[in-house]
Ligand binder design. Structure first.
Ligand code: TRP
Ligand code: SF4
Length: 411
């Protein structure tokens, strides 16, 4: 457990900020929905959320053929909206329309050791995996640092990511820690922190000092936790003062960039039509706006338990890709009947698949309806993104004022 600068991630949920991005590299499918999007839709009611189209990140791998990015951006936003991401709950925007991400990336790059980037596992992995692309670029090496800038620009507390992205959040934490260590000592920090403590009132200030001493002199972590709770409950101090007091508590400087936590996205239970992971490159997807006729065709032609050659051959659900879909779409009662029917050859595979077809169509119908509304009204979609971008810029600008000041860039 980190005890230096994770003050933000210890705030109650509704005060915490969540930031996440998605690269626009094609249209979204059920795998995205059951993994990322369903999670976002839930989070938007619990946290202050910032969700963005990571077009610069897409460019790091698609710089030679950026047209797919251009055509995917709006489609992806429509998919988000269709899936239930709600622009009145979450700010949704496009990364490249908030230049503060780039500015912060540049500034962070000055103090990020090259070795930290070289040892991020995705760096070598992706270069190996995407052999057909030349990823020996400056931009690709900087991919996780750009991601750090995305996160730190909003001083996010939580970052919903898949398992493969946890290392990027870890890097973000290290970069933030280094930044605060290097630049968190504003002139007169101690006096300012003492001044801030006084603003909490005599009693609270005294308690704060006592807890601070217990932590610093005796390493009492309970005292640290109590002091943090005390700071969180203060209504009368400014954000800046609160951060000074958080920093002062632990002997460091002001926390300018708080360390975020990864919020692991539960792995999607949704495999592809062939039982492998659902992915465009395996050609085994059902997209969120798939035509119902296509949905039906794709599911009807799914492979089943290879032992069930004829209708009269008994099967084993455990060996059938369709069964993974039943687990997502069918209730327990129906499912045990279907399993029984499969094992006894009492039902045919098409009878079984019909339940999946119905389930998928039921799930996609409202999405298709919403998507259509947005697809027919590009001005509405643009205005949603415009508005989200404005709110995002406002927040990112606030961070950059402090970052520039801390680095001595205010002339
Ligand atoms: N790298 C992430 C991915 O490939 C996308 C991303 C970019 C992101 N910036 C981010 C995710 C910031 C979370 C926070 O999935
Ligand atoms: Fe798969 Fe269902 Fe056919 Fe059994 S009946 S093999 S579970 S599709």
């Amino acid at each position: 457990m980190n005890t230096t600068t994770d003050s933000h991630s210890m705030l109650p949920a509704q005060f915490q900020r969540v930031v996440s991005g998605m690269r626009p590299t094609g249209n979204l499918h059920l795998g995205h929905y059951h993994g990322v999007l369903e999670n976002w839709v839930r989070l938007q009611h619990e946290y202050e959320c910032f969700f963005f189209v990571a077009d610069w990140h897409a460019l790091t791998t698609h710089y030679e053929d950026p047209s797919v990015i251009e055509s995917s951006v709006w489609e992806m936003v429509i998919d988000w909206l269709a899936a239930g991401v709600n622009p009145s709950s979450a700010r949704i925007f496009i990364q490249s329309q908030v230049p503060e991400h780039a500015e912060l990336h540049t500034l962070l790059s000055m103090m990020t050791p090259l070795s930290w980037l070289e040892r991020v596992p995705t760096y070598k992995d992706q270069q190996e995996k995407l052999k057909e692309r030349d990823l020996s670029t400056y931009g690709f090496l900087g991919y996780p640092l750009l991601q750090s800038a995305d996160i730190l620009a909003y001083r996010a507390g939580q970052v919903p990511v898949g398992e493969d992205q946890v290392a990027h959040v870890e890097l973000t934490r290290e970069v933030a820690r280094r930044f605060n260590h290097l630049y968190g000592k504003e002139p007169g920090f101690e006096e300012k922190a003492e001044g801030a403590a006084k603003k909490m009132g005599k009693k609270n200030a005294k308690l704060y000092h006592r807890l601070r001493r217990s932590f610093q002199e005796e390493g009492d972590h309970e005292a640290l936790a109590t002091a943090r709770a005390l700071l969180e409950s203060q209504q009368n101090i400014t954000m800046g003062d609160r951060e000074r007091l958080f920093g002062y508590l632990e002997g460091g400087g002001k926390v300018i960039l708080p360390e975020p936590q990864p919020l692991l996205t539960p792995a999607s239970k949704m495999p592809g039509l062939d039982g492998q992971k659902m992915s465009k490159s395996y050609n085994n997807t059902i997209s969120l706006r798939e035509d119902p006729v296509e949905v039906e065709r794709k599911i009807r032609t799914m492979p089943t338990d290879p032992a069930r050659v004829r209708r009269t051959d008994p099967g084993d659900p455990a060996k059938c890709p369709v069964w993974e879909f039943q687990k997502v779409y069918t209730d327990d009662g129906t499912r045990s009947e279907l399993a029984e029917g499969c094992r006894s050859a009492g039902i045919g595979c098409l009878d079984c698949k019909q339940h999946v077809i119905d389930g998928v169509l039921r799930e996609l119908a409202p999405m298709r309806e919403r998507a259509q509304k947005f697809a027919e009204d590009p001005i509405l979609v643009r205005s949603i993104i415009e508005e989200g971008g404005e709110l995002a810029r406002e927040e990112a600008k606030r961070t950059m004022v402090e970052v520039r000041q801390a680095m001595g860039l205010v002339y």
